[in-house]
Design a protein around this ligand. Structure first.
Ligand SMILES: C[S@@+](CC[C@H](N)C(=O)[O-])C[C@H]1O[C@@H](n2cnc3c(N)ncnc32)[C@H](O)[C@@H]1O
Length: 278
């Protein structure tokens, strides 16, 4: 039997986490929704596509701003949760790399924390450009790196580097923080037919009562990070877990643990020239 690809592991991971996603990760990603929609301009009466929509909160929020909002995700369970959360929006099962829409259908395309999970994000960016009308806007968010102040990644990746290894036997995948680099975003987006590329850091946070609650959030709702943790030896995993709990406790402020989880938001406009075909 052939080895699973990065896409296979991602799809299995998200499919099995959809039922608890809103209790954990969605609380963090929801903090970026308003800024992302603001980056798309006036949405009243506009057609918006939410790529890698998860449980549908960005599309749902867009519809309260008057948009005709649709979402697409490759995990059938996510699509079902999204449809349950926002019956007024349309949600479709499908891949970001092969959007099942005609050219220039949408006025706005968003992708909230999806790009870093894609096997070929360049193709997905070209697809987003293709389904946007000329002058239409796109906005996406990705996680900032440890060097850019992500305490979440400092704690977890720091523990793995110290007590385990990042050199694990996982299928090839694009670098996790590639699109947190504004220059790389500008390069890729411009090559795909976008103009006016702008970036902005959003100060997202995880807040909770205890280090154990932080660990639970990671274990219940992370996918890419969990692949790395699961690939460690059992004894390394124990030490990594302890280091993560200590790292979280070190961020205690009175009764709460507050962990910075900044995001890079990128906005751009589809240019009017012919786009490259994918
Ligand atoms: C971190 S979650 C983000 C969900 C939601 N957008 C949010 O902001 O909470 C990543 C989502 O990307 C979806 N996804 C990953 N790869 C995908 C692909 N190739 N095509 C469509 N969806 C994909 C997953 O199923 C998952 O729902």
């Amino acid at each position: 039997m052939s080895q699973p690809t990065f896409r296979d592991l991602e799809r299995a991971g998200w499919t099995s986490r959809a039922d608890v996603y809103d209790n954990y990760f969605a609380k963090i990603t929801a903090q970026a929704i308003d800024a992302t929609l603001d980056g798309l301009g006036d949405l009243d009466g506009k057609r918006l596509l939410d790529v890698a929509c998860g449980t549908g909160h960005l599309a749902g929020a867009a519809s309260t701003r008057g948009a005709e909002a649709e979402g697409i995700d490759f995990a059938a369970t996510m699509v079902a949760q999204a449809a349950g959360n926002y019956p007024a929006c349309t949600f479709t099962e499908g891949d970001a790399a092969h959007l099942p829409y005609e050219d220039e259908r949408f006025d706005a395309v968003a992708c909230s924390f999806g790009l870093l999970h894609l096997e070929d994000p360049d193709v997905a960016i070209r697809e987003a450009c293709r389904v946007l009308r000329p002058g239409g806007r796109c906005a996406f968010t990705v996680w900032c790196s440890p060097e850019q102040g992500s305490e979440m990644h400092q704690i977890i990746l720091g523990a793995v580097k110290t007590f385990g290894t990042l050199e694990v036997d996982l299928p090839a995948a694009p670098p996790m923080f590639r699109f947190a680099d504004p220059e790389e975003c500008a390069r890729v987006l411009q090559a795909s037919g976008f103009t006016n590329v702008r970036t902005k850091v959003l100060p997202l946070q995880w807040r909770g009562p205890s280090p154990e609650a932080f660990m639970e959030m990671v274990e219940k709702s992370a996918v890419r990070m969990l692949m790395v943790l699961d690939a460690q030896t059992e004894s390394a995993r124990e030490r990594i877990r302890k280091a993560i709990l200590e790292g979280a406790e070190a961020r205690r402020k009175n009764d709460e643990i507050i962990i910075a989880f900044p995001a890079m938001m990128v906005t751009a406009e589809r240019g009017v020239r012919d786009i490259q075909s994918s």
